[in-house]
Design a protein around this ligand. Structure first.
Ligand code: FMN
Length: 189
């Protein structure tokens, strides 16, 4: 089955290890016919969530946030997507602020689809791609816990994680199996 995939790229560094992981993933996804839309958050104007709780109150369901900025490019694609890919370097044991910021703003979709106080977040499949300097399991404990907490809460389905440790300089990931892992994962969505 052809799937619609969106990639939220939280990598600040152009051509960095995160970008390379994404390229491998996208290559795999496209090779089996999936439709991929990638958002490089570093190039987008996305304000912080204000916590105003006005999501979905006064606009088209495709643009549910009270604020209007480049998230309006993401919302319709996110709503339509089967698979959401969270991609980021590990920064201080978490996603980068770019990705956290955009993810916070997706809350407006949940608000817009809530009925009688019950949040009906759209159900998605998802993937996490992470590049990091540290290459030991504990280094990823917090981000894996965070990712799994999100999935449990949203009732989303994990399709896989690629945790590429041991990379710091641009291109370090070329020496790792992670690129092949990401490509293969994308073919099994
Ligand atoms: C601000 C900052 C925080 C970082 N925090 C961590 C960390 O907590 N754990 C880790 O293993 N690597 C950490 N790193 C290293 C990056 O995750 C690593 O260099 C990664 O390859 C960067 O991805 P990129 O090549 O896509 O830029 C940090 C780097 C920066 C710049």
């Amino acid at each position: 089955m052809v799937k619609k995939v969106i990639v939220l790229n939280g990598g600040p560094r152009v051509g960095g290890n995160t970008d390379m992981l994404i390229d491998a993933f996208v290559e795999g996804a496209v090779s089996v016919g999936h439709i991929v839309k990638q958002f490089d958050l570093r190039d987008m104007n996305i304000k912080h969530c204000k916590g105003c709780q006005r999501g979905g109150k006064n606009r088209n369901i495709n643009y549910p946030c009270a604020q209007h900025d480049d998230m309006d490019k993401i919302y319709p694609q996110y709503i339509d997507a089967d698979v959401v890919v969270f991609a980021s370097p590990l920064y201080c044991w978490g996603w980068t602020a770019y990705l956290k910021n955009a993810f916070d703003r997706l809350y407006a979709v949940t608000e817009a689809s809530s009925k009688n106080g019950t949040y009906n977040t759209p159900h998605k499949e998802c993937v996490m791609l992470i590049a990091a300097e540290g290459d030991y399991p504990e280094n990823f404990a917090l981000i894996v816990n965070y990712y799994e907490s999100i999935l449990n809460y949203l009732k989303w389905t994990n399709k896989g994680k690629v945790l590429a440790g041991g990379v710091i300089n641009i291109g370090d990931i070329n020496d790792k199996p992670s690129l092949q892992e990401a490509k293969k994962l994308a073919t099994t969505l």
